[in-house]
Design a protein around this ligand. Structure first.
Ligand SMILES: [Zn+2]
Length: 485
């Protein structure tokens, strides 16, 4: 398949008559791909990043789902894309708006009296319900130590004999925090104290886990997240009683996806590219995911006036951080014809990490064994080609289910995209390849207040904005379907 595609592509680049660029920023007509890439600039991307940073500053420091910061971000995208000539719609859906109302608390009340430190030892679990509970603590099916394969709280049987009214002490691992908490509630727990898995020495598996309960969480329990070290320590204390205070609010509200569609091109042949627009409540989300959102605006603006055979559809998703809510809602509400018309979905979630890696979603499963729907391998190959043509090393990254491609993959849509790394730690070999610092997270400010305008690699943003333009343009220009027999 790849080989055939490569030949076709070469033909396309070399021989296809250049697409007329009518009074777009591109202007010249000779080599469309190269011309477009000249027009897609780092400054163009940063203009939007600065707008999102200013929006966060003006709205309590975040652009989370259901917040005024998100609303202003959506207004900004709508305004830019409308002025660029796209048909823009806003798709509304229900979501919980979650935020911290003040300092939470975690205390040991017996056998000793100890107060733990917020944001050092513990933090409120995103989408926890509010609550202040003092009770005995019951460990649930824990498996401590490096290399552990914890399934704590994943099975109802883990709660056999669980004393109702106590606080469940649950370890990260294997299943979602939502499932663990729903199981704890069903067993009569009064609250949940989660702690990190500790299966590796990486900070991401030792520190306070940046894990949410998600938008679909229905149990009424307060919950806090603690470090692995604290969890393991508490697990060893007999007759432990604690106070757990989740000082948060969780309010049902609505939010939106922003969808921008080109006016030309075959509506039965849609090239779709998306990026989530929301941040976590903890910070402005300028890398996660102002970077993907901004790169898409820049590409959409620079490609807007080109006459392309296929239809272009860009999406800025709402409530990704609450559990891929907006993209899932979008796909679940497509008609059969609507779904069939989408030839592929390209996802861009974090494309400017400060200590970046250049990762491509592993469509053919060669790296991680998770193969995408038929055609995803071609998308991966085209991104690989973009980097290889420029002598830039890249690596595959798994379809881990942690971003907005998931609903598309679940419905058989060929998918792909780019990622520059989150809490994962850069290896010495990767530092050799891309520079940066080995032993440090790709994004040390992941899901934090410091994910601001200075938390970007301009180099990665520049490379990846062009990569996005390259792939979007080539697929929008191509007449045969991605997995044509
Ligand atoms: Zn993200």
């Amino acid at each position: 398949m790849l080989a055939a595609f490569a030949t076709v592509l070469a033909g396309l680049v070399a021989t296809t008559a250049p697409v007329e660029a009518k009074d777009s920023g591109c202007g010249r007509t000779n080599d469309s791909v190269r011309k477009l890439l000249e027009c897609v600039t780092l400054d163009g991307v940063l203009e939007h990043e600065e707008a999102f940073a200013a929006i966060a500053d003006a709205n309590g420091g975040n652009r989370a789902a259901g917040s005024p910061g998100y609303e202003a971000s959506a207004d900004y995208v709508e305004d830019r894309l409308t002025r660029a000539g796209y048909v823009v719609t806003r798709q509304t859906f229900n979501v919980f708006s979650w935020e911290e109302a003040g300092p939470s608390a975690l205390e040991q009340t017996s056998p000793d009296v100890v107060s733990y430190v917020e944001d050092t030892d513990f933090a409120a679990t995103t989408h926890s319900e509010p609550g202040d509970v003092t009770a005995a603590v019951t460990p649930v099916d824990l498996m401590l130590g490096l290399g552990n394969t914890s399934t704590s709280g994943c099975e109802a049987s883990d709660f056999a004999g669980f004393p109702a009214g106590t606080i469940a002490l649950i370890q990260r691992g294997t299943c979602t925090f939502e499932l663990k908490a729903e199981n704890a509630a069903a067993a009569g727990a009064s609250a949940v104290l989660f702690f990190n898995q500790g299966n590796t020495a990486d900070a991401g598996r030792q520190g306070i886990p940046a894990v949410t309960l998600g938008n679909d969480y229905t149990a009424d329990l307060p919950a806090l997240n603690a470090t692995y070290a604290l969890g393991a320590e508490l697990a060893g204390i007999p007759d432990l009683e604690m106070r757990l205070f989740a000082n948060v609010t969780r309010t049902p509200t609505t939010t939106e996806n922003v969808i921008a569609e080109s006016r030309r091109g075959d509506p039965a042949d849609v090239i779709m590219a998306g990026a989530h627009l929301d941040s976590v409540p903890e910070g402005p989300g300028i890398n996660d995911n102002g970077s993907g959102s901004s790169a898409l605006i820049e590409v959409a603006e620079q490609i807007a006036k080109l006459k392309l055979p296929n239809r272009l559809r860009f999406a800025w998703w709402g409530a990704e951080e609450a559990g891929l809510v907006g993209s899932t809602y979008y796909v679940n509400n497509l008609s059969d014809d609507g779904l069939a018309a989408i030839e592929m979905y390209l996802n861009f979630d974090m494309v400017g990490s400060p200590n970046y890696g250049l990762f491509i979603y592993d469509g053919d499963g060669s790296g991680f064994g998770l193969v995408g729907p038929d055609g995803s391998d071609e998308i991966e190959a085209l991104f690989e080609r973009y980097y290889a043509e420029r002598g830039i090393p890249s690596e595959p990254t798994a379809f881990s289910g942690r971003s907005d491609y998931q609903a598309f993959i679940n419905n058989g849509v060929p998918s792909g995209g780019l990622f520059t790394g989150a809490e994962g730690v850069k290896t010495p070999a990767q530092a050799e390849k891309w520079g940066g610092v080995a032993g440090v997270a790709y994004d040390p400010c992941y899901h934090s207040a410091c994910d601001g305008i200075d938390n970007l690699s301009h180099e990665a943003l520049d490379i990846n904005a062009d990569a996005i333009a390259y792939v979007v343009y080539l697929y929008a220009s191509r007449r045969e379907a991605i997995n044509a027999e």
